[in-house]
Design a protein around this ligand. Structure first.
Ligand code: NAP
Length: 258
């Protein structure tokens, strides 16, 4: 299927590795020019070089996208943004009584206020041009809380509420905003959460991974390529009537009827 977005310009945040990279690569494969971002310059440059093989313009911006300065840098480098994919690292796990005000502010900054700032900066141009796509990478924890990820549960649900209203305010201008909710995917984040289970339960890494896979009906972790393909479809011409949705990519892990 031709997604009909060749020549569009995308900003994909937090995209040197993992799910962000999966999204950037799927868009580049469709002929979309991409601006990539991550804090670490080395992995970012390596990814940028690989994506240039698709024959598209690839700009790499090494900065922390959760800071005001970082947001300024990515927006400046991206120029016209037709497609915005927001993403950043997830907050650390812990118990409900562990977190203080600063921890909550950091989680809100990274996983709620950063995507909101980037949307506020790019939506006006999209609306003026009559076409735009925003995909926010959130989490399965929005639909069903993950108790040890209280900071993530809280911040991402706040973003979800903002998107629910905003998506319905911009849709008439040809702009769609949707959220993709990853369940467990085989990325560095999964390794770090598996490591947490391993340490907490005094088991091996293999046992920790097997335990978490057993809770997924598909009995495996998702891949960044699968995630990226879903993102590219949401950014396509064909997805113009999908507005304000929260789409789970979790191998059936969230046990719910709808
Ligand atoms: P990942 O493999 O850890 O990749 C994170 C990517 O984001 C890297 O390129 C990293 O590069 C970049 N990054 C992190 N913080 C950044 C920041 N402040 N500014 C700019 N770039 C940043 O993570 P992932 O698994 O792809 O997850 C992506 C998002 O989905 C996270 O928010 C995660 O919590 C959420 N999620 C993931 C899963 C899963 O199973 N993988 C499940 C549910 C939710 P640098 O470190 O060099 O900056």
């Amino acid at each position: 299927m031709d997604l009909g977005i060749a020549g569009k310009r995308a900003l994909v945040c937090a995209s040197s590795k993992g799910l962000g990279r999966g999204c950037a690569e799927a868009l580049a494969a469709e002929g979309v020019h991409v601006t990539l971002n991550a804090r670490g310059a080395e992995a970012l440059e390596a990814t940028a070089e690989e994506l240039r093989a698709y024959g598209v313009d690839v700009t790499a911006v090494a900065c922390d996208v959760t800071t005001a300065e970082g947001q300024k840098q990515v927006l400046q480098a991206a120029g016209q943004i037709d497609i915005l994919v927001t993403n950043a690292g997830g907050p650390p796990p812990g118990m409900w009584h562990d977190w203080n005000r600063e921890d909550f502010i950091a989680a809100l900054d990274a996983n709620m206020l950063t995507p909101i700032a980037l949307m506020k900066a790019s939506l006006p141009g999209m609306m003026e041009r009559g076409w735009g796509r925003v995909v926010n990478i959130t989490s399965q924890s929005v639909k069903a809380p993950i108790p040890v990820l209280g900071l993530s549960n809280a911040a991402r649900t706040g973003l979800t509420g903002y998107v629910a209203g905003t998506a319905r305010q911009v849709a008439e201008k040809g702009v769609t905003i949707n959220n993709l909710l990853p369940g467990i995917h085989a990325t560095d984040r999964a390794v770090s959460l598996d490591t947490g289970v391993m340490k907490a339960q005094g088991i091996t890494m293999e046992e920790a991974t097997a335990q978490r896979q057993a809770g997924i009906p598909a009995r495996r972790y998702g891949t960044a390529a699968e995630f990226g393909a879903a993102c590219a479809f949401l950014c396509s011409q064909h997805a113009g009537f999908i507005v304000g949705q929260n789409i789970l990519l979790d191998g059936g892990g969230t046990n719910a009827t709808i």
